[in-house]
Design a protein around this ligand. Structure first.
Ligand code: ATP
Ligand code: MG
Length: 203
């Protein structure tokens, strides 16, 4: 550090992909903890595009998921939100997300943050070899999901313990549908947005 003529340190950008239907404190704590442990300059939240094939699971409109993510992250100067997956259209593949972020952010190292459940599925993703050349992968602990190295490339993935929050978007949606409170599971502004837009009320 400080060496004469040494290349300046690259910017370190965390990438938190998700459906965020809705975003909750489990997502925010994971991003905050990884940002601190990995000395990230910023974490960008990237809501997924609208799945055009709504077979078994219907997802809220992309615009609602995007706005909830903005509301939840607006106060943190280290957090931002990207529309790239929403604006691309079609299903979201993480390779496309990382390729695009790479092009938009020269001289930046990317750190893709993913929960233990999603990390387990990583080897089933498309273009796995390319994924690891685009970003360092960080698997975070999540209550109810074992965090094990699923045989990922040497040095390509770090496993990180984050404060345990047994919150899922599925549970938040179910609670709203039943009329149960979600205060303190998601940021206050997100509770109010869900009420205003009458999301997750069922038929
Ligand atoms: P759903 O129940 O609809 O699948 P979710 O709570 O799993 O929602 P996602 O948007 O699917 O939320 O998750 C985005 C990312 O955040 C994934 O990598 C997921 O593993 C991670 N994540 C979600 N909840 C937590 C949590 N409570 N602790 C740690 N990581 C989490
Ligand atoms: Mg999930």
């Amino acid at each position: 550090p400080g060496r004469e003529g040494a290349a300046p340190a690259k910017r370190r950008l965390g990438v938190m992909g998700g459906t965020f239907d809705p975003i909750h404190h489990g997502h925010l704590v994971a991003a905050s903890e990884v940002a601190a442990q990995f000395h990230l300059d910023e974490v960008v939240f990237v809501p997924t595009g609208q799945p055009w094939q709504k077979s078994h699971k219907s997802v809220s409109p992309a615009e609602d998921r995007y706005l909830m993510t903005v509301i939840a992250t607006a106060e943190n100067p280290q957090f931002s939100v990207s529309r790239i997956d929403i604006d691309r259209g079609g299903p979201t593949y993480t390779t496309d997300t990382l390729r695009e972020l790479h092009a938009l952010n020269p001289d930046t190292d990317l750190f893709f943050i993913t929960g233990a459940d999603a990390l387990g599925q990583i080897l089933t993703w498309r273009y796995t070899e390319e994924l690891f050349s685009l970003a360092h992968f960080i698997g975070v602990t999540r209550p109810g999901h074992p965090l094990a190295d699923p045989g990922l490339p040497e040095g390509g993935v770090s496993l990180v313990e984050v404060p345990a929050l047994a919150i899922s978007s599925t549970d938040c949606r179910d609670r709203v549908a039943k009329g149960d409170p979600i205060w303190y599971m998601v940021p206050d502004g997100v509770v109010r947005y869900i009420a205003k837009r009458r999301l997750y009320r069922g038929e």
